[in-house]
Design a protein around this ligand. Structure first.
Ligand SMILES: [Zn+2]
Ligand SMILES: [Zn+2]
Length: 294
């Protein structure tokens, strides 16, 4: 089976490709954005398939990898590219890489729905250190020639999470900060209050956004997803909405297209979080799908 079958490549707008990995529970989505002079590859997926080979079929432009944040399932193929950029707060984790032990759970049998690509050795699977060469600042614009991507620092899920706005088309890439699944405001480096403030801020961006392109499961989504996120935060702050225990003192606030995993202390009458509640919990997994589909 050719390597490309691990990835699903779709041109969601002229010059903008989604690169999905539908064979894995995470259903990670990376994006290739083509300008006249160069291209940005937004995240590099799990590192199970060879994303650089897939990219080579789509463009000969020089490619700058931009990571929305440093969770390994978005950085898996960084090492195959010469230039990687990210927010400074994510750089130490990217430079460190992830050991075989740290990523082994990604290969559990029940998480993989398609044959692994030929040449992939499960026993050697790890995420090598990234060749990080470029820190990105809030407000910085990446000029690709006929296309400009504006960097927005959107902390919360991780300290250095960023979203990118294509200024011309209004396409908004949101990584794990806003995606149609479980959004984590807890775990290594996460700050739940910061995440809520970020989501409130994103709600105000809806008028300038035409499509929301998240890092998991479904893409593109309509800009009302941003409004839904801000309204969800308002409900949480008012102590309203559907709340379920999520273990270790955490709670899941469930909404129509996504849920937010937060410390129970943010909710009135919720149980006190245990000392272990800051431990890394599962990465986004089972999506919360809309009843009516995309
Ligand atoms: Zn993710
Ligand atoms: Zn993440």
């Amino acid at each position: 089976m050719p390597t490309r079958s691990w990835f699903e490549l779709r041109e969601i707008h002229p010059g903008v490709w989604s690169l999905s990995e539908p064979g894995h529970l995470e259903e990670v989505i990376s994006y290739l954005v083509l300008g006249r002079d160069r291209a940005v590859l937004l995240d590099t997926g799990m590192g199970i398939g060879d994303l650089s080979a897939a990219i080579a079929r789509l463009t000969r432009l020089p490619v700058l990898v931009v990571n929305t944040h440093a969770d390994y399932h978005h950085c898996g193929d960084n090492h195959r590219f010469a230039e990687v950029a990210a927010h400074p707060a994510e750089l130490p984790r990217l430079r460190q890489g992830w050991t075989r032990e740290e990523v082994a759970q990604a290969l559990l049998r029940h998480k993989i729905w398609r044959p692994l690509p030929p040449g992939f050795d499960p026993d050697a699977y790890h995420v090598p250190a990234s060749p990080v060469t470029r820190p990105l600042a809030d407000g910085e614009v990446l000029d690709l020639g006929t296309r400009r991507l504006r960097v927005l620092h959107t902390p919360g899920h991780t300290p250095g999470s960023i979203c990118l706005l294509d200024e011309h088309t209004g396409i908004f890439f949101t990584g794990d900060t806003l995606c149609p699944s479980s959004i984590l405001g807890v775990g290594e480096g996460a700050d739940s209050e910061q995440l809520l403030r970020t989501l409130e801020r994103l709600g105000g961006m809806a008028p300038e956004v035409t499509r929301v392109c998240p890092g998991h499961h479904q893409t593109p989504l309509s800009p009302d997803f941003l409004v839904e996120a801000a309204e969800a935060v308002a409900r949480i702050r008012e102590g309203l909405g559907r709340v379920e225990p999520a273990g270790e003192g955490l709670v899941r606030h469930r909404f129509r297209r996504f849920s937010l995993i937060l410390p129970g202390t943010l909710v009135k009458d919720a149980p006190e979080p245990s000392p272990g509640s800051r431990a890394r919990v599962a990465t986004p997994g089972t999506p919360v799908r809309p009843a009516s589909g995309r």
